[in-house]
Design a protein around this ligand. Sequence first.
Ligand code: FA5
Length: 373
Amino acid sequence: MSAPNKAYDPVEVAALAPAAVDRMRADALAAIAAAADLDELKAARLAHAGDRAPITLANAEIGALPPAARAEAGKRVGTARSAIRAALASRQEELAAERDSRVLVEETVDVTLPWDRTPAGARHPVSSIADRLVDVFVGMGYEVAEGPEVEAEWYNFDALNFPPDHPAREMQDTFFVAGPKPAERSGVVLRTHTSPVQIRAMLTRPLPLYVVSPGKCYRSDALDATHSPVFHQIECLAVDEGLTMADLRGAISAFVEAMFGEGLRTRLRPDFFPFTEPSADVSMECHVCRGASTRPGGAPCRVCRSQGWIEIAGCGMVNPRVLVACGIDPDRYSGFAFGLGIERSLMIRHGVTDIRDTLEGDVRFSRAFGVEA
Ligand code: FA5
């Protein structure tokens, strides 16, 4: 094979001297051995075996030597290039094997892990219980009625027969959004109970009226184990001809049995609410000890504090003054209503000792009540 027919250049041809070729070979082998990964090896290949590598350039000079010197120089350079190629191939093999075993470890798939890893959410128990109670009453023919959480003071208090100086209106009980303007009689509050929905329902719906109203309420109560400034109530209202306390009693029993279990007795004791007359507080037989803790020799009960009864709701016959405020003839119609706190009922039912557990949004709390799709 004939080499390029270049003029003789002693400087360039010096690259073909044995010491120079040995140095190129040594440099190349050192760089190849030092390559720590395939990228570094690629750079070493380019630098020591590529088109611009010293040994490649030296090889191109062989043709410039006197013919007698070509064979020896060609052999020297060829041997060095073979050694470099062999070193590259073997390092390539080593580094590829290292990479493969590292990838195998890093990307190991544990096929024994559970495959269904998408975390399932849980409905909040307050929502689940509210829905369940609403369903019970809807099943009895009640309609769901909702009202705004930011409510006119008139609906929250006045129409419900709260006198202007009633303590519940005080700043320490009620969050006022806006006070009454001089020309207006009513300010704006965050509703303190679901009872204003009674007024809205009586003003807008035809009679007879059977509604159930779940929703959020707000009071400026300090957060502690049994109080929260935001909580939920559920309220039932019925207005019809000839309703009596016996009907109220029946509705309350239906509620208690749906929420706490079949066959639990209820008890009404006189109480006072401005919007019901007569008014009563509702207690139910303790669903845990069923009164056994009050009998001689009965084990103490933490749920009812060995009282045998647990207070759960307020109730009463709709005050005729409220009917009149809503344009309903109290001589023809009567009504009953009852309302209770959903968180407190949940706490009683499930032995939750701190209302804050219902507020913090920790899914572990909700999951304990079951996960629904
Ligand atoms: C009322 O709010 C009446 N509107 C209930 C009513 C409706 C009576 C219809 C008659 C007819 P009371 O202020 O007692 O009543 O509140 C009812 C329930 O709300 C309480 O028993 C309690 O369970 C719950 N509740 C009140 N304040 C808080 C609070 N800060 N945190 C949690 N729950 C509360």
